[in-house]
Design a binder for this molecule. Structure first.
Ligand code: ZN
Length: 220
């Protein structure tokens, strides 16, 4: 299933799909549930464009590599080039706000962490980033006060608020742009609140962002 950035009403954003820059352990309650220390600096990793699939379509889980976990995250669509950006420049470059699932091969990630190896196989595989349509940035009153929700088969699994991010969106984007130039069409994932867990084929998911977005999808 090919992906292109869309607004909620189905119109194309008109930006190419680029890389997805992610931050790990950006909510203290999630770091704690995996027995991870809270990092002193943002912990960054990248999912390539080849990992992105449309969230609204049933998404295919990888098989043969152990458990796949969901991580529900607020996604920021970048609309302007950013390099060594100030927070004001970061704010002006946000084109849209959406939702992503940072799918993670958790068993494999554990083995890679143990060996001190990079995470890519566990985080950057094909289909590892179901991405929703975006709400135009101007329609979002406060990026740091949005509820991030996930129901799996009708049961609430994640229900966090972006006010609890350890690195808020604008300083995070500014920090990212010190290392990785952000291009129009790139996406920033802002970390997951607590409640992560396994997703299996047949699961029905309902993902929500405040009163802005709700996406129903399923794993196959
Ligand atoms: Zn994540």
């Amino acid at each position: 299933m090919s992906y292109q950035h869309q607004y909620q009403d189905g119109t194309a954003v008109g930006l190419p799909l680029g890389k997805v820059v992610c931050v790990g352990r950006n909510y203290a309650d999630h770091a704690a549930e995996l027995n991870n220390p809270i990092p002193t600096e943002p912990m960054l990793f990248i999912k390539p464009a080849s990992s992105v699939v449309p969230m609204a379509q049933p998404f295919r889980l990888p098989t043969g590599h152990g458990s796949v976990h969901f991580e529900t995250e607020m996604a920021i669509l970048i609309g302007q080039p950013l390099s060594h950006a100030t927070e004001a420049e970061a704010a002006a470059a946000i084109a849209g706000v959406g939702l992503a699932l940072d799918l993670t091969l958790r068993d494999l990630q554990g083995k890679l962490k143990e060996k001190g190896h990079p995470w890519e196989k566990a985080k950057a595989f094909d289909g590892a980033c179901p991405l929703s349509a975006f709400v135009a940035a101007g329609a979002v009153a406060d990026l740091q006060n949005l509820q991030i929700r996930l129901r799996v088969n009708g049961e609430v699994r994640q229900d966090g608020n972006s006010s609890h991010m350890l690195n808020k969106v604008l300083p995070l984007i500014s920090y990212i742009s010190d290392f990785f130039s952000l291009q129009p069409g790139d996406v920033v994932l802002t970390g997951t609140p607590a409640g992560v867990g396994p997703v299996v084929a047949g699961d029905q998911l309902k993902v929500g962002l405040g009163d802005l977005l709700e996406v129903e999808t399923s794993a196959v």
